[in-house]
Every structure is written in structure tokens, then in C-alpha cells.
Design a protein around this ligand. Structure first.
Ligand code: ACO
Length: 400
């Protein structure tokens, strides 16, 4: 056991680990994933949770450590529903964006703006208030997201309905027509979204979770810290991959073009979006589940998606190719999610927003875990300085 901190104090030496490939930044008991393709939330396998639990049960599990009993769940759900409102003034923020603003750009700002409504009254040293922040965030994320979608699509806002479940409420706010009260979100949509939400809820210390933890480690407002997570998630190397990935298949166009496309990937002219993962060096267990969900949903809805067929064939070819097998590159959660979301009528620019709503659960659970540690340390990596040595200052009129 090497005491790196003592080593640093004595010698000035520290680890150089760009991209934090071998650095553990915290201890956490929320989610566990490993190279073999295992994912657990609080010790429950993702496969079992998908089959047997609801998103609200998983939310309770991630926040409090155990699955709820029926009365705990009912109280929890009610508390979250009570928070499914946003301050009227927050709605003014949406007016500042151009009509075709990307909903993730809106999310970055509006989630951060929540801090301006809650900051003054929030004492983050108080565990009760930290818990309340989590409930507020979970309640408000789907509302903020649905409004981001509707304003960016030029549609009127739909108010949440307290009679609906969490997931159904989100879909209601996305798709209902305020002038037509007969609209009901199809049951199959709710069923699939429950699973999609569970699958995306948490996964170790991904870039966005790390962003939330680092921002929060300075004792910043939790909503401001969560907006750091939203920003990080948006990138195409992380949660933004599911949006980019459909373009890849559109570009490939036909099964015959797959080998030529893969040659470009192998020459490093392109990246295969939705492939590869820092932790999963076998097969991302979430990708396995989503692929299966695609088959089932397409069968139930009678969908034939030629792009999905290309994806299946591409995976088959790639997994026989040394470039991918040698590097342990397999489909990750984003490889098939776009097909599922598209079949569920979600517009492409909302793919990452869906991820942000559901990952906000993991972010806030991780923030609470960090904040409850007896000794909290600020997240502060080091750098190797590669700039100039000490130079003499030259006054401006003497410079060449
Ligand atoms: N396509 C082609 N080659 C790849 C891919 C890919 N998708 N992913 C990794 N590689 C190659 C790298 O070029 C590297 O090759 P080298 O050994 O010849 O240099 C090797 O595989 C190892 O890759 P790393 O970059 O070291 O893997 P890392 O753990 O740093 O990155 C990441 C993981 C970012 C997910 C990467 O695989 C990637 O860019 N994938 C595509 C984007 C994507 O799908 N992101 C979503 C990830 S899931 C999520 O965040 C929710």
C-alpha cells in the first residue's frame, strides 16, 4: 500500500494519469460496474431491476440505499410529484433562446438557473436540506426537459398531471395537446420508458458524475453542480453519442457499405459511435438489454427499421474483426438506444435530454453521498507543467 499523499509531501511526486484511466477519485456504494460487463445498483443486478422494479423504486434505492416498502414508495412518489412544478420566473428563461436552440443547451442553462431560485434558502451542510434538494431535482428535471422540448419545437407548454406516474407525466408533458384532453400516453411507451430510465440512472464515475462531484466538492450549489453534469453529458464521447450514432448508420446507408465504413474506422479517420467503454471491456450489459428491447418493441409495433438492420450487421462484422476484438470494443449503451427512442417517437435532439433526466438521479445520489462524508476533500487534480521556465519580463516598448 503506497501512501501517495505522503510521497507527494516528501518528494513532490504525484501520479500522472491523463483522463483518469487508473485513478479512483472516491469511494461510493451506489453503483458497481466491471470489465466483465456487470452493473449493479446498491448490490442489485441491473437485469433484475429492469425486470422487477419501477423507476421510482430504483430512485428510492439509489438515494437511500434500500428498496422501499409500499408505504415508503407512495410517500416518496407523492413528494416528487409535489415538486413537479417550476417557478413562473424560470419560464422566462426559455424565452431567451432561439427557436431551434438545442434542448441540451437549454437544459445546461435552466438546470443551473434553478440555483438562483433555491440558493438563498439552502443550507447544504444540513442533511435534511440536501435530501430536499434531491427530491426537488427529481421532480423538476422532467418538467424542465419537456418544456425545453416544447419551446424548441415552438409548441405550447403542457402542465404536469398529479394523477400520472413519474414517467407517464414526462411523456404527457412531451406529447399531449393542451387543447385535446382525450390524449393518453400509450401503455407500451410507459413500460419501455420505465426501463430506459432505470438503465441510465447511474454508472460508476462517468465524466458527468465526476463533473458533478468536482463542482460540488467546492461546496457549490447542488443545482449548479448538476448543470456541470448536464454539460459534460452532452458531449459525443459521453451521452451525446446516442444522437450522433444514428447519423453513422444514415451515412453507411446499406449493409454493403459496412466494410468500407469500418475500414475508415480502423484507419482512425472515424470513430464508431456507440462502441467502446472505459469500464466495460466485454459487453455493456445495458446495451445487451436495449438491443433485446428493440427487437421486442419493433415486433410489437410492427416496425421495420433498415438502419437497425445495418447496426445489427455492423456489430456482427465488427465483433469478428481483430481491430475491435484486440481492443475489447463492444457496443455500449448508446449503440442501440437511438433506435429505441426513435421508435418511441422521441426526436433526435431529445435523446441526450432523456439521458440527463434519468442520470440526474445518479448525480444527486452521488452528490449527497459525497456531502455526507465526514471529511470532504476538494476535487483538485494536478498537472505536469510543460511551459516556460522563469523568464525576465520585458517592458512593452522594448519588445520586438
Ligand atoms: N471506434 C473506433 N476505435 C475506438 C473506439 C471507437 N468507438 N473506441 C475506442 N477506440 C480505440 C481507440 O482509438 C484506441 O485505439 P489505440 O489503442 O489504437 O490507440 C483503443 O480503442 C482504446 O480506446 P481508448 O480511447 O483508450 O478508450 P477510452 O476508455 O479512453 O474511451 C470511449 C472510451 C470514450 C467511450 C471511446 O470508446 C469512444 O470514443 N467511443 C465512441 C463514443 C461513445 O460511444 N461514447 C459513449 C460511451 S458510453 C457513455 O458515456 C454513456
Amino acid at each position: 500500500h503506497l501512501d501517495i499523499r505522503a510521497l507527494y509531501t516528501q518528494t513532490g511526486m504525484f501520479l500522472f494519469d491523463p483522463g483518469f484511466t487508473i485513478t479512483g477519485s472516491c469511494a461510493s456504494s451506489i453503483s458497481y460496474s466491471n470489465a466483465k460487463g456487470k452493473l449493479m445498483y446498491r448490490g442489485y443486478s441491473i437485469e433484475e431491476l429492469i425486470d422487477k422494479s419501477s423507476y421510482m423504486e430504483v430512485a428510492f434505492l439509489l438515494l437511500y440505499g434500500d428498496l422501499p416498502n409500499q408505504s415508503e414508495l407512495s410517500v416518496f412518489e407523492e413528494r416528487i410529484k409535489d415538486e413537479m412544478v417550476v417557478h413562473e420566473k424560470l419560464l422566462d428563461f426559455y424565452k431567451g433562446f432561439t427557436v431551434n436552440a438545442h434542448p441540451m443547451a437549454i437544459m445546461c442553462s435552466v438546470v443551473g438557473a434553478l440555483s438562483s431560485f433555491i440558493h438563498n434558502t439552502l443550507d447544504i451542510k444540513d442533511p435534511i436540506q440536501r435530501e430536499l434538494s434531491a427530491i426537488k431535482l427529481l421532480g423538476k428535471m422532467p418538467v424542465i426537459a419537456a418544456i425545453a422540448f416544447r419551446t424548441s419545437a415552438g409548441l405550447p407548454i403542457v402542465q404536469p398531471n398529479k394523477k400520472l406516474s413519474y414517467t407517464e407525466n414526462f411523456l404527457h408533458m412531451m406529447f399531449s395537446d393542451p387543447m385535446d384532453s382525450s390524449f393518453k400516453v400509450p401503455k407500451i411507451f410507459i413500460e419501455y420508458f420505465e426501463k430506459i430510465f432505470i438503465l441510465h440512472a447511474d454508472n460508476d464515475q462517468g465524466p458527468s458524475t465526476t463533473a458533478v462531484r468536482i463542482a460540488g466538492s467546492s461546496l457549490a450549489n447542488p443545482f449548479a453542480s448538476i448543470s456541470a453534469g448536464v454539460a459534460s453529458l452532452w458531449g459525443p464521447m459521453h451521452g451525446g453519442a446516442n444522437e450522433e450514432q444514428l447519423d453513422v448508420f444514415t451515412e453507411i446507408g446499406t449493409i454493403d457499405n459496412i466494410p468500407a465504413f469500418l475500414d475508415q474506422v480502423k484507419r482512425k479517420e472515424k470513430k464508431l459511435m456507440g462502441f467502446g467503454h472505459r469500464i466495460y471491456k466485454n459487453y455493456d450489459p445495458r446495451a445487451k438489454i436495449i438491443k433485446q428491447m428493440c427487437f421486442e418493441l419493433f415486433y410489437k409495433l410492427g416496425i421495420q427499421d433498415p438502419l437497425f438492420e445495418i447496426a445489427i450487421k455492423l456489430e456482427e462484422i465488427a465483433l469478428k474483426d481483430e481491430y475491435f476484438t484486440k481492443r475489447n470494443l463492444y457496443p455500449n449503451i448508446d449503440f442501440y438506444t437511438g433506435f429505441l427512442l426513435r421508435a418511441l417517437q422521441i426526436p433526435r435532439n431529445m435523446f441526450c435530454v432523456i439521458f440527463a433526466i434519468t442520470r440526474s438521479l445518479g448525480w444527486i445520489a452521488q452528490w449527497r453521498e459525497m456531502m455526507s462524508e465526514p471529511v470532504s476533500r476538494i476535487g483538485r487534480p494536478r498537472q505536469i507543467y510543460v511551459g516556460e521556465n522563469l523568464r525576465q519580463f520585458v517592458p512593452i516598448d522594448e519588445r520586438k
